[in-house]
Structures are given as structure tokens and as C-alpha cells.
Design a protein around this ligand. Structure first.
Ligand code: HEM
Length: 505
């Protein structure tokens, strides 16, 4: 009996012990769960307090897939931004390619970031762009390095070189336009790309015909198509093809540099490359042994950068301008009147001059309005170098902050009826500061601003004084994979030569 009792006691004690252990385990698990939940709640409260609203998407990929889907759609990659701005407001955040991106669209933010007086920001492009234009391009260079390269390049964009460029460009346009009337249809974008690529290659390296120009035209297009591609170095991918194209362009530029060094080919100062090589050596000599010399690879990256920066942007802008004018016949009428008057002033003159371009007030407004409406470079990317505050939101060091120029250009508080093509809105009064951002602002303003405006004015003058045209495809879809907003249709037109009466009209 005693044995039975002690066995029962032992069983009960073991049972109680098991219960205690299980209870303790349960308590520990529950404690950990509650602790984790509290921690998560606290973290979320801390990390979302005062930071811009938005979604960081899925773990690891963020919203990269949605971004890539927008690039691959005919609404254009800006649609990714447009949708989120509507959902979250004028300042929002997202995650693309594993990094946080904030988009801002007030003129105050644009001013603070683009002026960058406090050195809180630097420019930064997504990986694919940096790899394709080259890490030594002034688009990607660090703040100090950018200063050095920009200093050298801006010497090239003098008024003297602009005057020479206008004459060369006019000649190119006259030659190109003369063939339009013999074609059933002219695709404006295709012609504009040919013309602007030729103009850039001539200006930069004195290449204006032959196999080198053909290769450059083809390969630059491939690089441009890859600028927004997913940076996968796998043969067959868009990005890989872009990298191969870059290699072929680099070898042409390298060959040009080596020819110049051996005294072959073009006179040293006839083009940008010549001036850069000559000027570079002189600047280094004058600055003494501490002056850092531009390496050949730096020159190569920056020649490619200028071809891309100057060709695609201007060709896209010209194409939009033709479409806007076709859609707005009364504007075209006023413009044609101005341009015919100018043409009648000196009919014997062969080519346009800088003075002629300064005498085109209405055409200049047409150019400006086209650039506002098209917003060829829709946003400008920067990197926050320190924690800071924008639009009352916290921005953390290492985040990308993008200035949404298109939103500024279409803001109804800046521009009355912003979707209407109305060149006269740019009256004599100064427009509101930082409301026109087609060429950027501050230390990173477009280096080719005067050249781009000149190209658009020359093109306008020759087109409206030579032809009447009709756009035969009204589709406004955007070309897929294009870094700069481009019409998918390319804007096909049929043209008819303008016939002048005895008064020159
Ligand atoms: C309609 C035509 C053009 C438009 C709309 C345009 C627009 C722009 C914009 C918005 C920027 C500044 C982006 C930023 O701040 O992040 C820029 C920079 C630049 N553009 Fe243009 N551009 C045009 C034509 C040209 C031409 C013809 C050239 C001449 C080669 C050129 C060369 C450059 C260069 C070198 C930069 C970089 C400047 C720097 O980072 O310091 N662009 N462009």
C-alpha cells in the first residue's frame, strides 16, 4: 500500500513538474511573441514618423517590377511617378533597385535641391545609366571631379563655337529638308535623330559621314535603349547589348584620340575633341604639377555623354514641337508670319546667324512652350549626402531624391490651363522662379542649353518657311524603354512645299 502511495506521489510530482516546465515554455514563447510585436510596433512608429508617405513594395525587390512595367508600357516610365503622386501626394517615397527614392515636386524643394548651397545633395543616376555613360562622365562624377570636368567642358560652349555651330546646323537642316518632299511620308523623329546625331558628331569629333558616323548612329541608339534596362550582364539582354555598343563607340573615340596625338586627321582645334586635347594639355601645363590631367578614358566617357545628352533630347523635343504645332494651327499661323517676315528681310542670305535667332521672339516662345509641355527630362535624380528635411518630411542620408520637373511644368498654380499649348503664356514678365525646369537649374544646368535652343529655332525656321505639313498618326503613346519622353509613332507627316506669291507670301 505504502509503495502504491509513493508511486502515485512520484507520478503526480513528475506530472506537476512537466506542467510547470510546459507552462514556463509557453510563458517564454508568449513573452517573446509579445516582445516582438511591441518591437515591431515601436519600430514602425519610429521609422514612418515624418518620412514621406509611399510604399516600399515587396521585400528585396521593392517596387522595381512596377517601375520596369511602366518603362515597358506605352504610357511611358513617368506613369510610375504620376500614379504614386495621385495616391500619396506631391512628396512620396518608393523603393527601386533596392534603394529608397523620394519624389518631390514643389518649386521650393527644386530650388533648395538644385541650388545645393549647403552641399547636402549630389547627382546620382541609377546603376544602368552610370555603367553605360561611364563612371567618369560628368553625369556621374563626384562633386569635386564634376567641377573639374564641367570647367573644361564649359569652355567649349562659347558664343564663338555657338555661332559656328548654327551655320553648320542650318546647312544640315537645309540638306535634310530638301529630301522631304520626295518622300510619301516623313517620320520626323527618325529624321531628327539622324540630323542631331550628325550635328553632335561633327561638333565633337568632326565626324560627318562615312562608316564611323553610321556605326555611331546605330550604337548610340543601342546605348540609349539600354539606359533604363535592368543591369544584368547576361548576353542577349538589352543591358548587355548596350554595353557592347558602348565598347564599339569607345573604340571609335579612342581611335580619334590616337590619330590626333599622332598628328593625323583633323586640325586640333576644329572640334570639341581637338580643343579638349589641346586645352587640356595647356591647362595642365599652366597649373603646374598638382593639376590633375584629364585621362583619355575621362575624355572618352564625356564625349559619349555629350552625344547622348545632345542627340536624343533635341530630336525628341523637335518631334513634340511638330506635333504641338499641327494640333494648334492658330499658333502655327502666327509663327509662320514671324518667320516669313524674317526670311524676307534678307532673302539673299545663305545661312542663319545667331543674330537671326535672337530676332525670333514668337518662335522662342514656341520652343519654350514645347519644352514645358514635353518635359523631355521628366525628373532630375540627386543623392542625399546628409540627413535633412524636405517639405517637412525627414530625408535620410543615402536616399535618392528626384525633382519631378514634369509635375512642376503641369502645375495649375504655376501655369494657367497647363495642358493647353499656349506659347504666349511666356510674356515679357519673368515667369515664377524655378517653374521652368526643362534644362535644369543650378550647378548642373544643361551645358548645351543655348545649342539646344538654337537647333530647335533653326529647325522651326526652315520647316515653316519650306513646308506645310499634316501629322498622319495622332497616337500620343510614348515609346517603350525611352529615357527621354518620345512619341512612339515618331510623328509621321506628309509635307507640301510652301508656294510664295509675289509679295513673298
Ligand atoms: C532639348 C534639348 C535638351 C534638353 C531638354 C536638355 C535637358 C537637360 C537637363 C534637364 C539637364 C540637367 C539634368 C539634371 O540636373 O539632373 C541636362 C544636363 C546636361 N546636358 Fe542637356 N538638354 C538638351 C540638350 C543638350 C545638348 C544639345 C547638349 C550638348 C552636348 C547637352 C549637354 C548636357 C550636359 C553635358 C549635361 C550635364 C551637365 C552637368 O551635369 O553638369 N544637352 N540637360
Amino acid at each position: 500500500m505504502a509503495t502504491l502511495v509513493s508511486q502515485g506521489q512520484i507520478f503526480l510530482s513528475c506530472y506537476a513538474l512537466m506542467l510547470v516546465v510546459l507552462g514556463a515554455l509557453l510563458f517564454l514563447i508568449l513573452y517573446q511573441i509579445v516582445k516582438m510585436l511591441l518591437l515591431l510596433k515601436y519600430r514602425n512608429q519610429e521609422s514612418t514618423a515624418n518620412i514621406p508617405p509611399g510604399s516600399t513594395g515587396l521585400p528585396f525587390v521593392g517596387e522595381t517590377l512596377q517601375f520596369m512595367a511602366a518603362i515597358n508600357s506605352h504610357k511611358g516610365f513617368y506613369d510610375f511617378v504620376r500614379i504614386r503622386r495621385l495616391r500619396y501626394g506631391n512628396c512620396f517615397r518608393t523603393n527601386i533597385f533596392g534603394e529608397t527614392h523620394v519624389f518631390v515636386s514643389s518649386t521650393e524643394s527644386a530650388k533648395a535641391i538644385l541650388n545645393n548651397d549647403s552641399g547636402k545633395f549630389t547627382k546620382r543616376y541609377i546603376k544602368s545609366i552610370a555603367e553605360l555613360v561611364g563612371h567618369q562622365s560628368l553625369l556621374c562624377a563626384s562633386h569635386q571631379h564634376h567641377k573639374l570636368i564641367r570647367g573644361r567642358l564649359s569652355n567649349l560652349f562659347s558664343m564663338t563655337s555657338l555661332s559656328l555651330f548654327i551655320k553648320q546646323f542650318d546647312q544640315l537642316i537645309v540638306d535634310n529638308l530638301s529630301s522631304w518632299e520626295h518622300k510619301a511620308t516623313v517620320v520626323v523623329l527618325d529624321e531628327a535623330l539622324k540630323i542631331t546625331c550628325k550635328a553632335m558628331c561633327k561638333m565633337l569629333m568632326n565626324i560627318e559621314s562615312g562608316y564611323k558616323l553610321e556605326i555611331l548612329q546605330k550604337e548610340v541608339a543601342r546605348v540609349c535603349e539600354a539606359l533604363l534596362a535592368f543591369p544584368l550582364r547576361i548576353p542577349g539582354t538589352r543591358f548587355y547589348k548596350g554595353l557592347q555598343a558602348r565598347k564599339r563607340i569607345m573604340s571609335i573615340i579612342e581611335e580619334e584620340i590616337s590619330d590626333r596625338r599622332r598628328g593625323l586627321g583633323t586640325n586640333q582645334h576644329e572640334d570639341f575633341l581637338g580643343s579638349l586635347l589641346a586645352g587640356d594639355d595647356k591647362a595642365c601645363y599652366e597649373a603646374g604639377p598638382n593639376r590633375q590631367k584629364l585621362l583619355d578614358s575621362e575624355i572618352q566617357d564625356n564625349i559619349l555623354t555629350m552625344i547622348i545628352a545632345g542627340q536624343d533630347t533635341t530630336a525628341s523635343a523637335v518631334t513634340w514641337m511638330v506635333k504641338y504645332l499641327d494640333d494648334n494651327q492658330e499658333v502655327l499661323h502666327t509663327l509662320r508670319d514671324e518667320q516669313l517676315q524674317l526670311a524676307r528681310k534678307s532673302p539673299e542670305k545663305t545661312f542663319l546667324t545667331l543674330e537671326d535667332l535672337n530676332d525670333m521672339p514668337y518662335a522662342s516662345k514656341v520652343v519654350k512652350e514645347s519644352l514645358r509641355m514635353a518635359s523631355i527630362v521628366p525628373w532630375f535624380p540627386r543623392l542625399a549626402l546628409h540627413d535633412c528635411e524636405i517639405e517637412r518630411f525627414k530625408i535620410k542620408k543615402g536616399w535618392n531624391v528626384n525633382i519631378d520637373a514634369r509635375a512642376v511644368h503641369l502645375n495649375p498654380t504655376m501655369y494657367n490651363d497647363p495642358k493647353k499649348f499656349n506659347p504666349s503664356r511666356f510674356g515679357d514678365a519673368e515667369s515664377r522662379p524655378y517653374s521652368f525646369l526643362a534644362f535644369g537649374m543650378g550647378g548642373r544646368t544643361c551645358l548645351g542649353i543655348n545649342m539646344a535652343k538654337a537647333m530647335m529655332l533653326v529647325f522651326l525656321h526652315r520647316l515653316v518657311t519650306t513646308y506645310r505639313w499634316k501629322v498622319i498618326d495622332q497616337d500620343s503613346s510614348i515609346e517603350k524603354w525611352a529615357m527621354f519622353s518620345r512619341l512612339k509613332s515618331g510623328c509621321p507627316v506628309i509635307v507640301k512645299r510652301v508656294v510664295y506669291d509675289d509679295d513673298g507670301y
